[in-house]
Structure formats: structure tokens, C-alpha cells
Design a binder for this molecule. Structure first.
Ligand code: ATP
Length: 514
């Protein structure tokens, strides 16, 4: 655990020190669970957004994008169910006065049991090697069977108290499991209460005519209310999708995990409209396609897993999360939900407008079903950033910190460094920057010894360093150093553009999804 904490602290401090993420309004001591993206962070975030957008909109001829406003007519949130049901169960510990999400307390308790099972599995795997049959081990090992049974029982009761909104039962479950507050160590819990996560605000100047509004808690509803506009003006034929990225706001009860859980965050969502009855086929398709997108970034298959929802949201008939191994363990990164016709039907009811699709093949109208993919941009950022940050021991025993960002996402693609600050080398280096900047974000750095400049670019995640030396003046070649291998090559200045492009082009990275 201590190791995990250290790793996470490192991520947070590295993000600040290297200009990726700052606490919001820090000169006033910050604002809880709100963060600002700094000069490098904004580039990484923009690249992740673009990588998503291209894979969804540009690569699918039947998906288009929109950018709906954050403010929406307040009835939207009545129809979507958010006014009545967008709640989290909260519980306080009376001794520490700390507040928790009741469902998260139980889920974390359950995950700890799961980790124990995994340890036993890993141990047995190491012992028996090739001959190991994991399925059989899980079914027969008494410890594993007992623990799995405990997990199953917890899941059944957790699902029940949530579905029946049995708040007293929720509290009892926490007490029965012996869950204590990590701060006070006691089980002195208050009752469980439901808390609505939407931020309210007002539209209009005078107090009596002002209209109560909400800051949107998800971008999806901006897509649903525009379904017919897009379908008609884009002459879209089912199945088709509408994609959108943008800010969402949630008054989260507990927000202690940096940009994992923020009160203002950004989502990248796509609603895919399908013929009723075909939703499970598309649900499976999008689960697979979205996982491929994540894997194309090369952070490693073992860092992802699917988690099927035990308790389905009021709108869904199937739902799964893609979970990622964050510095604090496996947690939700993306949700894939089969939302049925809940949203469109409900908007039909509340607005009195028909939101149906006329199928020219069957000459019938119907309300389409929807499969949604929803990934948090900030969580994606944290996933990529935390896995990329590595401490390495080099052959000579020294260590280096390297941010191995997928080069397609790196904020700066190359740094151009004159070996020394005289003899005309800076002028040549600046000319290279001038030439490359039409295609890539490039940086120029002449301060400190070149070795230190390399280390700084490693820590910033820059895939290439281009060094201009005296030989450059004679033969128009430079050295190009690769961040990950630290290998250096002598290449012609004229070849730089192609060389960098080959490595960082979105086309080449997206091709890995094929
Ligand atoms: P959680 O269970 O972690 O609260 P959720 O199930 O409520 O998440 P969804 O409503 O499915 O999340 O939202 C879709 C995605 O939006 C999530 O997978 C996550 O990546 C992102 N997201 C949701 N809430 C936040 C938040 N407070 N901060 C950052 N990202 C978030």
C-alpha cells in the first residue's frame, strides 16, 4: 500500500513540477477536486481528445460529432431521471467526521478480498508453472472458494440495498462487514443518506423571473435532445452515432484522488442509435472496439479489465466498465452502456415531440435503442500519465526519470538542442525549429549541459532530442536521440520531418486498432 501511495504522490508532484497539472486557484490554497491543465497538460489532453475524436468520428462514416451547450432546458434533467435519481449514498464517521460513499466503502472491502484471491492464484501459478489450471484452482482451492462465496454474498446484498434504496440495510451491511473508517479506525457510522450530485444555478437577472438550471452532469443528454436534428440534417441511417466531448459537473461527495474524480471534468461520449433488438450485438461490438482503442496506445493489456455492472442504472439493460490499473488499483476508466430507448422515450414524453426514426426498408417508425460509450478525458489523462512515469536504473548505476508517453500523445514531439551556445550552432538549431514547427510542436533549449537537457526532456516525455554540433555545420547532419532507448543516430536535417512523422503520426497509431 505504502508503495502505491508513493507512486501516486510521485505522479501528482511530477505533474505539477513539469507543467502538466496545477491545483485550481492555488494562490488561494486551491479548490477541492478542481484542477487546471498547465502548458504541457493542455497539449496532452488535446492530443488524447483528438485521438478519440479521430477514431470515433473520422474513422466511422456513420458517426458525426456535435458540441452542445453546457446549459440545457431544466426539463431535460427531469426527463433523464437525474433530478430524481442521480444520487450517491453518503455516510459519515462520527469520530473522524470524514465522509464516504457507502457503495465505495463496500466495493473497496470486496476488492480487498478479490486481491487476496489473486495473490493465491499468482502464487499457485508461480509454483505449478505451465501445468497450472486457473479455472480448476479457483473452483477447488478451499480458501479461494470461501472468499469467492463471501464476494458473491456481498454483491447480492449490495445490489439489493441499492435497488430497493434500503438505506438502513446499507448501513447494516457496512456494520456487518466490520468496515471501519480508515482515519479513526472506528465503526461509529451515521445513517446513510442520498445526495444529489447536480450543481444548481440560475439563468436570468431578476430574482422572481430567474429560471433554475443545472450544470450538465453528463454530455449525453445534449446528444439525445439533438437526435432528430442531426438525423434529419445529416440524412443519417440507422445504425449511426453522435459523438461529443465537453465539460460535465458533479458535486462529488468524496474527491481525494487527484484528477480521477473531479467536480468539473471532461467527458468523451458517443451515443450509437440502433434498431430495437440489435442492441446486444452493438453493445458487444463497442466493448471490443473501445478496448482496442485503449490497447492501441501500448500501455499493456494487463492494465485493463472489463467489469460487468451488478446494479444497472435506471436506464440500462446491460453495462460494463473498462477498468484500468491506476496507481491506487483497478478503477473505472470508461463505461459502455446499453441504454435501451429510455432517454429518447422519456424526452418524447416530457417534450411532447416525436423522437422517432422512420425506417424506409420496413416502412415503420420506432424509437431507436442506444448503446453509449463514455470515457472521462481526465481519467484517460491520469491513466496514460501514471503508467508512463517510470524510474529507471541505467547501466552505470545512475537513475533517470522518464515519462514514456505514447509519442502520438506527447505534448512536444522534439526538442532541438545546440551542443554549445556559440559557433553558430544556436542559429542552425533555431532554423530547424522554424522548419519543423509547421508540422509538430517542437521546443528549443540551450541552457545547461546537453546531458541535463536530455534528462529534462525525458522527464517531460519528449520522444526526440535533436542535437546540433560542429559536424552539423559541415555536413548538414544532426544526432537524433530516442527517449525510450536513449539510442542516438546521425541523420540528415532534411530527413528529420519524415523520421519524426513516422513515429508520431496518428495514422500509424490508429492503424494498430485494425
Ligand atoms: P464512478 O462510478 O467512478 O463515479 P460513474 O459510473 O458515475 O463513475 P459515468 O456516469 O459512467 O461514471 O461517467 C462516464 C465516465 O466519465 C466515467 O467512466 C469516468 O471516466 C468519467 N467520470 C465520471 N465522473 C467523473 C469525475 N467526477 N471526475 C472525472 N471523471 C469522471
Amino acid at each position: 500500500m505504502a508503495k502505491q501511495d508513493d507512486l501516486f504522490k510521485n505522479v501528482v508532484s511530477h505533474a505539477k513540477e513539469y507543467g502538466y497539472i496545477f491545483p485550481s486557484s492555488e494562490i488561494y490554497d486551491g479548490l477541492s477536486a478542481v484542477y487546471d491543465y498547465a502548458q504541457n497538460g493542455v497539449e496532452l489532453k488535446k492530443n488524447i481528445r483528438e485521438y478519440w475524436w479521430k477514431s470515433m468520428v473520422q474513422m466511422h462514416e456513420n458517426i458525426v460529432g456535435i458540441d452542445a451547450a453546457i446549459f440545457m432546458h431544466p426539463t431535460t434533467w427531469k426527463a433523464s431521471g437525474h433530478v430524481d435519481a442521480f444520487n450517491d449514498p453518503l455516510i459519515d464517521n462520527k469520530d473522524s467526521k470524514k465522509r464516504y460513499r457507502a457503495d465505495v466503502l463496500v466495493e473497496e472491502f470486496r476488492e480487498k478480498i478479490n486481491e487476496k484471491i489473486q495473490k493465491d492464484v499468482d502464487k499457485a501459478q508461480a509454483k505449478f508453472g505451465e501445468a497450472f489450471d486457473e479455472k480448476q484452482f479457483r473452483e477447488t482451492n478451499p480458501n479461494v472458494v470461501r472468499r469467492q462465496q463471501q464476494i458473491d454474498e456481498i454483491t447480492v446484498e449490495l445490489t439489493r440495498v441499492q435497488e430497493e434504496n434500503d438505506l438502513e440495510g446499507f448501513r447494516q451491511l457496512i456494520i456487518d462487514l466490520g468496515i471501519v473508517c480508515p482515519v479513526s479506525g472506528t465503526a461509529n457510522w451515521t445513517e446513510v443518506r442520498q445526495f444529489n450530485l447536480m450543481f444548481g444555478t440560475k439563468l436570468g437577472a431578476s430574482a422572481d423571473s430567474a429560471m433554475d438550471l443545472y450544470l450538465r452532469p453528463e454530455t449525453a443528454q445534449g446528444i439525445f435532445v439533438n437526435f432528430l436534428n442531426v438525423q434529419k440534417t445529416g440524412r443519417m441511417k440507422i445504425p449511426f452515432g453522435i459523438a461529443q466531448t465537453g465539460k460535465a459537473f458533479r458535486n462529488e461527495i468524496v474527491a481525494r484522488q487527484f484528477i480521477f474524480r473531479m467536480r468539473e471534468f471532461e467527458q468523451m461520449e458517443m451515443q450509437f442509435f440502433v434498431k430495437p433488438g440489435e442492441e446486444m450485438k452493438w453493445y458487444e461490438y463497442w466493448k471490443e472496439t473501445r478496448l482496442k482503442w485503449h490497447l492501441s496506445l501500448g500501455l499493456g493489456r494487463k492494465n485493463y479489465r472489463f467489469h460487468d455492472h451488478d446494479k444497472l442504472a435506471h436506464y440500462a439493460n446491460a453495462a460494463a466498465d473498462i477498468e484500468f490499473d491506476f496507481p491506487f488499483g483497478f478503477k473505472e476508466l470508461e463505461g459502455i452502456h446499453s441504454r435501451t430507448d429510455f432517454d429518447l422515450s422519456s424526452h418524447e414524453k416530457y417534450s411532447g415531440k416525436k423522437l422517432q426514426y422512420f425506417d424506409t426498408e420496413t416502412n415503420t417508425s420506432y424509437v431507436p435503442y442506444v448503446v453509449e460509450t463514455s470515457v472521462g478525458l481526465d481519467r484517460m489523462f491520469l491513466a496514460v500519465f501514471s503508467k508512463s512515469l517510470q524510474e529507471e536504473t541505467l547501466e552505470d548505476g545512475s537513475t533517470r526519470t522518464v515519462l514514456r508517453l505514447p509519442s502520438v500523445l506527447a505534448p512536444t514531439k522534439a526538442a532541438v538542442l545546440p551542443l554549445i551556445k556559440r559557433d553558430g550552432l544556436p542559429e542552425v538549431a533555431k532554423q530547424i525549429v522554424e522548419d519543423l514547427k509547421w508540422d509538430f510542436n517542437v521546443a528549443y533549449d540551450e541552457k545547461d549541459a546537453v546531458g541535463r537537457r536530455y534528462r529534462r526532456q525525458d522527464a517531460l516525455g519528449t520522444p526526440f532530442c535533436i542535437t546540433v554540433d560542429h559536424q552539423t555545420l559541415e555536413d548538414q547532419t544532426v544526432t537524433i536521440r530516442h527517449r525510450d532507448t536513449m539510442e542516438q543516430q546521425r541523420v540528415a536535417i532534411a530527413d528529420l520531418r519524415n523520421l519524426i512523422n513516422e513515429d508520431v503520426s496518428m495514422r500509424n497509431w490508429l492503424m494498430k486498432m485494425k
